[in-house]
Design a protein around this ligand. Structure first.
Ligand SMILES: [Zn+2]
Length: 376
């Protein structure tokens, strides 16, 4: 399942007056057999039931959504999952219901709004250590998809049998040429399989492993887009077991992610110093978002947005309390929005990416949100 694609689908849900329920849970079991989330869920439910009491259609929709979710939590959880995200909106003509289960726990969160709340999901995926490892020698290749600290999938590619043997009557030169050709052909086959898996599963990072010669040959043949996703070239014996591969590459990948966070912040800082393609703080980020300039949104996980609104006439976002008139078009009624969610949602919708930063003092002091821009 391509989780990034699912997140973009959630970002594309149109806002409406019908309550949209987003629920994230840590479903890891407790010793007594009682789920840890029971008390949390009960308290939130009491709050929402009071909130929607006597609201007519809204209350009806909320109750229907809640029944779907409760049923799913009773019957749908898989034994090996420790986290679940549920998104639900019940309408008379079409229901939206999406469930995602994860091997790692999610922080409990239950919100009802006009759109799905996706920021926790974006952050979770951004820190899920999702990458591919291709380990290969001249006879075979193994491709591992790794996410949430475990191996999700393994694909094996063997060199076709009839191409391994050489026909005796050839001259030495013939043989060398033929062998070179076969090797190149096999490398191309590996790359095709790898590229296909990465695209299908939405994986953006790659570790190439194996002996030096093979890794160098593969590196040379990679298409440019795939080259840009290479995190590291690691010298590993193709015969080592899966646990070793997992352990070794997880360390490499964690270092890479940390370095990438710092790189992102450095680029942003550089752009800010020369007043170039970077903005910082909620107001300027919202401004850049309104004019479609954002290439990459950078948000701290601890970032808390101020009050914000969306204009019903021009659809632009603004910072502050909902005043009487829109500061852009001068008319329309303003709807209060959760600005943090709305910024992440619109960034994804525009096709730009979101990078979340875990605890960085400089970044938080500057407002905890910013963006790299496509143009000024
Ligand atoms: Zn407006």
């Amino acid at each position: 399942m391509n989780l990034h694609k699912r997140t973009r689908e959630l970002a594309a849900v149109e806002p409406s007056d019908t309550p949209f329920l987003s629920l994230y849970l840590n479903t890891r079991g407790t010793e007594s057999g009682k789920r840890q989330y029971d008390t949390f869920l009960k308290n939130r439910l009491i709050f929402f039931q009071k909130e929607f009491a006597d609201s007519g259609e809204k209350e009806k929709s909320f109750q229907k959504s809640w029944r779907q979710i409760a049923r799913y939590l009773e019957q749908g959880l898989e034994r090996q999952s420790n986290g679940v995200a549920l998104f639900c909106r019940s309408q008379p003509d079409n229901d939206f219901f999406l469930t995602l289960q994860f091997p790692l726990p999610l922080e409990n969160r239950f919100v009802v709004d006009s759109v799905p709340h996706i920021f926790p999901m974006v952050h979770f995926l951004d820190n899920s250590h999702h990458y591919m490892v291709m380990i290969s020698d001249s006879e075979k290749a193994k491709i591992f998809e790794i996410q949430f600290g475990g191996i999700k999938d393994i694909q094996q590619i063997e060199k076709p049998e009839d191409e391994k043997s050489f026909r005796g009557e050839w001259t030495q030169m013939h043989y060398q040429n033929w062998k070179k050709h076969q090797t190149k052909k096999f490398i191309k086959q590996k790359i095709r399989t790898l590229a296909d898996l990465m695209q299908r599963n939405g994986v953006g990072h790659l570790i190439l492993a194996g002996d030096d010669v093979m890794v160098a040959q593969i590196k040379k043949e990679l298409p440019k887009w795939l080259q840009e996703m290479v995190v590291d070239f690691t010298r590993l014996d193709a015969r080592i077991d899966e646990h070793q591969i997992l352990r070794q590459t997880l360390e490499t990948f964690a270092d890479f992610e940390q370095a990438e966070d710092i790189d992102t912040l450095m680029s942003l800082r550089r752009e800010l110093l020369i007043d170039g393609l970077g903005v910082m703080g909620t107001e300027r980020t919202v401004e850049a978002l309104n004019s479609g300039k954002i290439d990459q949104l950078i948000a701290a996980t601890e970032y808390e947005a101020p009050l914000g609104w969306r204009c019903e006439s021009c659809d632009l976002l603004g910072v502050g309390a909902t005043g009487e008139r829109c500061q852009y078009c001068g008319q329309g009624s303003l709807n209060e929005v959760n600005l943090k969610e709305e910024i992440a949602r619109r960034t994804l919708l525009s096709g730009a990416s979101v990078e979340t930063i875990v605890h960085n003092v400089w970044f938080m002091r500057q407002g905890g949100v910013g963006a790299l821009l496509r143009y000024k």
